[in-house]
Write a protein that binds this ligand. Sequence first.
Ligand SMILES: Cc1ncc(COP(=O)(O)O)c(C=O)c1O
Length: 393
Amino acid sequence: MLSNPFRELWGLNPDVDFLNHGSFGATPISVLDAQREWMLRLESDPIEFLAPERTLLPKLDLVRRLVGSLVNASPEDIAFVRNSTEGVNAVLRSFRFTSGDEVMITNHGYNACNNAVRYAAAKAEAVVTEAIVPFPIDSETQVLDAIESKISPRTRLLLVDHVTSPTGLVFPVREIVQLAHEKGIRVMIDGAHAPGMVSVDLQDIDADYYTANHHKWLCGPKTSGFLHVRNDLQHEVRPTTISHGANTDRYGSSKFQGEFNWVGTYDPTPILALPDAIGFLSSLLDGGLPELMTRNRDLALRGRECLLQKMKTAEPAPREMIGSLATVLIPMQGSLTPSQAQSIKQKLFDDYRIEVPVFQISEQRTCLRISAQAYNCLEQYERLADAIEELLG
Ligand SMILES: Cc1ncc(COP(=O)(O)O)c(C=O)c1O
């Protein structure tokens, strides 16, 4: 199987070309070792390790400071969550909608998070509106236009992805926030894919709420992410699990932190191993994480080019909107059912040993999304392009 010098640093199955880092991430062996060390320490004295009044909180605060410096935010404004879905849920389910309010999502949003919006809105008889961003897309302006066209005097909140899940587009989040704020609308950014893929500057973006995963492009162990909330809104945002922090101030430097620091018994080791993950990624190339992000983006673009050439299709999005995920449209005669799209994905895995998502974004459009992480190389996308050519005949 084709490889590159970094490949052996991950425990990925050597018989499979793994081109789907985007879905769940993949954690390097050394980071799992570091997490295991934390687990052993925890189990050597669970009370000393886990009880918030003993030694857990300063450990979390160290990681909080690291996350703050990575995304240019004050650590005071950062809470830990298990994943972005949890971050979105905390904000949406805390939001004080009134009947008739509008909350906007986009058609590129992640289904689970859009479901959280629908649930929270339905409980308050608020209305969910959807901005339709085209795909293929020519420019960032089309994202802004799609959102602007759905703004009404009732719009209270906008949930939008930093990097979109199905289409792998880097949205112009700073401009989106500016546009919404000019109309008095709050913005929650779902940055599940962003840290480790693109540079994230939360002061510059200026969103009211921003959540992200550590287990995707930062390669941390699974179930680790953060939620950033603008300081003056923190008193409104509660975790989805109400626990001891609700009636004590002892579990963090603020009520906000205290409630999120203790959501019942949980495993903090994925969070505690994050510094190892960031250290690992930063050590791969001389230029550290910024150089790795550039390298991954270049690889995603070259992989995309390979597929576009083989399938003789045009690029569905400008290069400026691509990070280390890239989605292409598969040219088909007629439309596919979802199960036919699923069967292409299954054949790629069973017959070619390639793990890559194939899915439909509309009845007529079947897509394939590639990811590029340090362990990937160009030959893997060439193999994929050949396999697709053979499968489609
Ligand atoms: C934009 C976006 N939001 C949220 C998620 C959910 O991530 P998690 O399951 O870790 O919460 C994903 C996962 O791919 C995603 O792409």
